[in-house]
Design a protein around this ligand. Structure first.
Ligand SMILES: [Fe+2]
Length: 370
């Protein structure tokens, strides 16, 4: 598959994202966008950095060529740069016809939708069922979703149903509202899109981080007085540590997190990365496994099995590596591993924080007990 890149060398003002205080994550008001053509003339990804305390990993919107125009899946921040990159595609492939917010609980995906909807006023907006907000249950129109053109996936139909096949994952009841995401298969390119459910972690950091290596250089240091000089080894260490933070929240390999900088890493941390990344293989995101699915594991295997019957050759999730070359048989293998417990004992120490967090929210009654 070809991979063409756009987004470098633009005016910083075009990367301005004035809505960052709604979800104050790094890099705050400045969001670069990297567009990559994943399937020539059919599938494009738009990646931006997002995170806290320099734990910044790409978040990905995907555009799909559909009959008469384009569909945007999992919108990211609608900066002038990002909109211009979409308009480039519109000039060739037709207008944005639909914008899909494919998650009921992923605030990082929801926060960009209203601005993207305003940028493309002719597009229908689709959302997964059971949208919720916390701490107040605000209607979608109050948080900027256009009431006249927002529809609910599956309940009001699906967009582009003759070219795309939609598969819901969930709903999984959580305390304040459900977890649900909508994956979709683009038949023409054999591309399956998902949001948070599945990831593949590569040793090679994403191209987007080459445009702003600061997060890698920040975490690639071993001592507070170590300079943030840009060296390949520092980038590599930093990327692996970013992965451990982003997937486990508090990795086992770091034994001092908040009290002083820099983080002190145990010698085992690089082995921990190898265990979590599983050599780049497709896997269920640890955060979902430990915080969303402990109480409802069959819902994940049911979705994996439904997807395993589809005809596809690659997966594009909203985080980490993409595209991931895979097919239905790999989903079947994942389903079997999941039903068998999918427990990799080597991961237990890294995921201890997630699992104790899950026990705490259960004890506090924030989520229903298993
Ligand atoms: Fe996400």
């Amino acid at each position: 598959m070809g991979s063409m890149v756009a987004g470098a060398g633009v005016n910083p003002a075009d990367q301005n994202w004035p809505w960052w205080p709604l979800l104050p994550l790094y890099p705050y008001g400045r969001r670069r966008t990297l567009r990559r053509e994943l399937v020539p003339g059919q599938v494009w990804s738009f990646e931006q950095l997002q995170g806290v305390f320099y734990v910044a990993v790409p978040i990905r919107m995907t555009a799909i060529k559909v009959d008469g125009g384009l569909m945007l899946y999992a919108p990211n921040a609608a900066t002038a740069e990002c909109i211009a990159l979409v308009r480039d595609l519109e000039a060739i492939h037709g207008p944005v016809l639909s914008i899909v917010h494919p998650s009921s609980s992923g605030l990082e995906h929801k926060v960009g939708v209203p601005a993207m909807a305003r940028a493309f006023p002719g597009a229908d907006v689709w959302v997964t069922p059971g949208q919720w907000s916390f701490p107040l249950p605000l209607p979608l129109s109050w948080v900027g979703f256009p009431a006249g053109r927002t529809r609910v996936l599956f309940e009001n139909g699906v967009p582009h149903g003759d070219e795309l096949q939609w598969e819901p994952l969930g709903p999984v009841p959580l305390g304040p509202g459900p977890f649900m995401e909508a994956s979709v298969l683009h038949h023409a390119s054999g591309t399956l899109l998902c949001t948070d459910a599945l990831i593949a972690i590569s040793e090679q950091w994403p191209e987007l981080l080459d445009l702003d290596p600061t997060p890698m250089l920040y975490h690639g240091r071993d001592h507070g007085d170590e300079p943030m000089d840009d060296e390949p080894q520092r980038r590599r260490r930093g990327w692996k540590r970013l992965v451990l933070f982003a997937t486990c929240l508090k990795p086992h390999g770091v034994d001092q997190v908040w009290r002083r900088f820099p983080f002190r890493w145990r010698p085992s941390w690089e082995q921990d990365f190898a265990v979590i990344s599983r050599g780049g293989r497709l896997r269920v995101a640890p955060i979902l496994e430990d915080l969303v699915f402990p109480r409802h594991r069959p819902l994940m295997s049911d979705w994996l099995r439904r997807c395993s019957t589809l005809s596809f050759c690659q997966l594009v999730p909203a985080h980490f590596h993409a595209p991931i070359r895979c097919d239905g048989s790999m989903f079947e293998t994942l389903a079997q591993a999941w039903e068998g417990g999918d427990s990799d004992d080597a991961e237990a120490s890294d995921r201890a924080f997630l699992r104790s967090f899950n026990r705490q929210i259960e004890r506090l009654g924030l989520v229903p007990k298993a």
